[in-house]
Design a protein around this ligand. Structure first.
Ligand SMILES: Nc1nc2c(c(=O)[nH]1)N[C@H]1C(S)=C(S)[C@@H](COP(=O)(O)OP(=O)(O)OC[C@H]3O[C@@H](n4cnc5c(=O)[nH]c(N)nc54)[C@H](O)[C@@H]3O)O[C@H]1N2
Ligand SMILES: Nc1nc2c(c(=O)[nH]1)N[C@H]1C(S)=C(S)[C@@H](COP(=O)(O)OP(=O)(O)OC[C@H]3O[C@@H](n4cnc5c(=O)[nH]c(N)nc54)[C@H](O)[C@@H]3O)O[C@H]1N2
Ligand code: SF4
Ligand SMILES: [Mo]
Length: 742
């Protein structure tokens, strides 16, 4: 076979980039972006370009594993493993009831629609409501704020119309999350060329902040004050869309009163910025006819998730930054059926207090999902309803959940822990069974997940009716016994004698989605394409038609969709003055900005992403370790000098809950008083500390203190810590390699 080039949808993260694989005799030699793609314009990142390397890493599991009585894992045939798991699940349900079985869908379960859909079906068939995912330890404020403020059915105006973008605790140029679309640097450059102004609020001069027109290098955990200050100023200047606010919202007066204490001087003092910088930002926002506010993980993890997301939405509504009647919806949907294009809001809906009640901290199901931060307590707390079995699909609780010591205790307590994971690392080391999945290049994939996220916030998803379905690029290695996650879950269900039905993920309206469920044939195993057909049932463009268009990104001909005016007699309105949020503003205004314990823990630990890796995945790929093979503790050189440490020195980072060793790295871009360190690194507590290959920030967190009353998310950024010089330095070889980095 000669050399060929094939397009495919990258499945390493939710961005679904259109990549090109160059193959010699069917073997992938190179992966790159596709410059001809109409929306990605050639974008790719190292994680996607390294996908083929990762498939061949020695750490990849080619067989499922079963834990032996001595704690070690030995290979087991997948068929046998799924049968044994089914047997044990049946026994657990018989003895303790269905609630004893919980499911956790991690990053690689969420972005994989067939895996996600089959996970839900299996749990429904078992009869357990205990379905958790990453949303409540990520940006839970989004769902909660949508509920308290209400959503706008028509959605947001397209990026090309924005005059301003406000990013709070998000770094889309590295993270590829919302705000700036699927080729963030290019989109930003084009926007700024047109005159769009970028405002960034972040304690660190991020890759995105470097390009900002107004940059507020705030103290962590003060974003609510910054947003309240901006809203107060917009109101004072009369920079609100009075027609829109009058017709489509309520609660303006309550909001006006609640933001009154947030004068520029008050905000400047508590957030550690200058009052004139805040006013400059307010001027940009007040002059923008169209714009958007996007808050990321930084803003959601530092103790103010709901209020920050709520104020972002309220600011957008005050400015009238929603798509209006008569305007064109640039993406009427291809693989995802969006909400009806109406210039209207159904009004607020319940944020929490419904569905399954957890047995700890008064937590319940929420608009962001069940509180994942409390799942370890549900496993540890004895009594009726205790979780005895956990199925983890493409996630890594030991690396990701706050409070690593408690997570460890929980994992070790479980009667049955099953991980669908390609590596024996972190959580799967405690698993009774690790089921080895086929990896991204070995399976069919679509762009549906990136289309779905457009409903989460502005600048997410596609701004054109764009889609791709790509068939597998290569077969699993010879002799491998790996299977797609959906297929492994199906086998467990079949061995349990359950019948599965799939609720389409393509339909956003839950009631309509439920009405379109498909029964899965439990006699003859469906194909992956059969599963995709069921998962994408109800899509505006049929999965087979998108598939028939061939690999490569396509913009589909769709009927022009204009936003329809609000129907007569419509009563729903956006809520600007939700009671719990107004109380939160009063509480924050009254509380001093200085946290107690500042002397013992003078610094704040910040969350951040690293460019070369996604969360805990594939840190061992040498080609993704440039320049870091670990997660450095980035600190301002002044703070490092104060403790007598420099780059490459080992430091101890201590919080009220624990301590870890890290490798210091001088970083002038980090605000003084902060330590910026990525999550999902380091080993388990029962492994030796090796900061030169990563440190677990989850060990510094407590899941039952400073937690959010809705989503249960505890403080995961802006965490009070103390850093001191510890014995040791980075090994000489690594230090030399680092010194060579320009
Ligand atoms: N302190 C702190 N904690 C955090 C965060 C933070 O910023 N600070 N961020 C939070 C956020 S935003 C998130 S989303 C969570 C992440 O939480 P998780 O999703 O639980 O963590 P990941 O590391 O993404 O886990 C991915 C797992 O999937 C496996 N994997 C890789 N490829 C595949 C595949 O193709 N199939 C399958 N089945 N598995 C695969 C990997 O080996 C890994 O074990 O962490 C949260 N935790
Ligand atoms: N390369 C890469 N890309 C990723 C991931 C990855 O691991 N690597 N992870 C993926 C996942 S799971 C997610 S959820 C997204 C997240 O995407 P983002 O939300 O964009 O996450 P970050 O890039 O960590 O940016 C968060 C920013 O918040 C800042 N910050 C921390 N605390 C505060 C605070 O209190 N206030 C303010 N204003 N800022 C604060 C940090 O300095 C950081 O710059 O990224 C996704 N993309
Ligand atoms: S941004 Fe995500 S989807 Fe795009 S190439 Fe990188 S890993 Fe793949
Ligand atoms: Mo995330």
């Amino acid at each position: 076979m000669p050399t060929d080039k094939v397009n495919f949808v990258c499945r390493i993260c939710q961005a679904c980039c259109n990549l090109v694989a160059v193959r010699d005799d069917g073997l992938i030699r190179d992966i790159r972006g596709d410059k001809t793609d109409p929306v990605y314009h050639g974008y790719s990142c190292i994680k996607g370009r390294e996908a083929a390397t990762v498939h061949a890493l020695p750490s990849r599991l080619l067989h499922s594993m079963k834990r032996q009585s001595d704690g070690r894992h030995a290979p087991i045939a997948a068929q046998r493993a799924t049968a044994e798991i089914a047997e044990r699940l049946r026994a657990i349900v018989a003895e303790h009831g269905p609630r004893a079985v919980a499911l956790y869908i991690g990053t690689h379960g969420y972005i994989n629609f067939p895996a996600q859909a089959l996970s839900y079906s299996l749990m429904k068939a078992i009869g357990s409501p205990m379905v958790f995912n990453t949303a409540t330890i990520d940006q839970p404020g989004k769902g909660i704020a949508m509920a308290l403020h209400g959503i706008w059915l028509a959605g947001t105006p397209p990026i090309e119309s924005w005059d301003a973008l406000l990013l709070v605790g998000a770094n889309p140029i590295v993270s590829m999350t919302g705000g700036l679309g699927v080729n963030p640097a290019r989109t930003l450059k084009q926007g700024q060329y047109r005159g769009m102004k970028l405002i960034v609020v972040d304690p660190r001069v991020t890759e995105t902040a470097r390009r900002a027109d107004v940059f507020l290098q705030c103290r962590p955990g003060e974003d609510a004050a910054v947003l309240a200050g901006l809203i107060r100023q917009l109101l004072a200047d009369g920079h609100i869309d009075a027609d829109f606010v009058g017709a489509e919202t309520e609660g303006l007066e309550a909001l006006r009163q609640a933001v009154a204490p947030y004068t520029p001087e008050h905000v400047a003092e508590r957030a550690g910025i200058r009052a004139d910088e805040l006013l400059a930002a307010a001027t940009v926002l007040g002059g923008a006819r169209r714009g958007a506010v996007f808050s990321g993980t930084g803003a959601n993890m530092s103790g103010q998730a709901n209020i920050v997301e709520y104020l972002g939405r309220a600011l957008s509504s005050l400015r009238g930054w929603w798509l209006r009647a008569g305007e064109v919806k640039v993406n009427p949907g291809v693989l995802i059926d969006p909400l009806p294009p109406l210039a209207a809001s159904p009004g607020p809906f319940p944020a929490a207090g419904f569905g399954e009640k957890l047995r700890v901290r008064g937590l319940t199901d929420t608009a962001a999902g069940l509180p994942t931060a409390a799942l370890s307590d549900e496993i540890l707390l004895p009594g009726s309803g205790q979780v005895k079995a956990l199925i983890v699909v493409g996630g890594n609780p030991m690396a990701a959940w706050p409070d690593q010591l408690k997570t460890q205790a929980a994992m070790e307590t479980l009667d049955l822990l099953v991980c669908l994971d390609p590596r024996l690392e972190g959580t799967s080391r405690y698993a009774h069974y690790v089921l080895a999945p086929a990896l991204s290049l070995e399976v069919e994939n679509t762009t549906a997940v990136n289309e779905l996220v457009s409903s989460f916030g502005p600048g997410w998803g596609y701004e054109a009716p764009y889609a791709q379905v790509s068939p597998p690029l290569q077969a699993p290695p010879p002799g491998a016994d790996v299977h797609e996650e959906w297929s492994l879950l199906y086998d467990i269900a079949r061995h349990m004698g359950l019948s599965l039905s799939i609720r389409p993920l393509a339909i956003l309206d839950p009631a309509r989605a439920a009405a379109q469920s498909s029964e899965v044939d439990m006699q003859h195993k469906p194909t992956t394409q059969d599963i995709w057909r069921m998962v994408l049932k109800g899509a505006p463009v049929d999965y087979d038609s998108v598939r028939a268009a061939g690999a490569g990104g396509h913009v589909f001909e769709r009927p022009l969709t204009r936003v329809q005016p609000k129907p007569e007699g419509w009563s729903g309105r956006l809520q600007l003055g939700a009671e719990p949020m107004m109380q939160e503003l009063a509480r924050i205004a009254a509380a001093s900005a200085a946290r107690s314990g500042a002397e013992e823990f003078p610094l704040r630990l910040l969350s951040r992403r690293m460019h070369d890796v996604l969360n805990s995945s594939w840190h061992d790929n040498p080609r993704q370790q440039r320049p870091w093979a670990y997660n450095p503790a980035f600190m301002n050189p002044d703070d490092l000098a104060r403790i007598g440490a420099g780059s490459g020195d080992i430091v101890e980072i201590r919080s009220a809950s624990g301590s870890i060793l890290g490798v210091a790295q001088a970083a002038p871009d980090v605000r003084r008083g902060c330590v910026s360190m990525s999550h999902c690194w380091g080993g388990n507590p029962d492994q030796p500390d090796r900061p030169e290959s990563g440190s677990s920030t989850a060990r510094l967190l407590r899941n039952d203190q400073d937690f959010d009353p809705y989503s249960g998310i505890p403080l995961m950024s802006g965490v009070p810590v103390r850093v001191s010089r510890a014995a040791g330095q980075l090994p000489a070889t690594q230090a030399a390699a680092l010194a060579a980095v320009p």
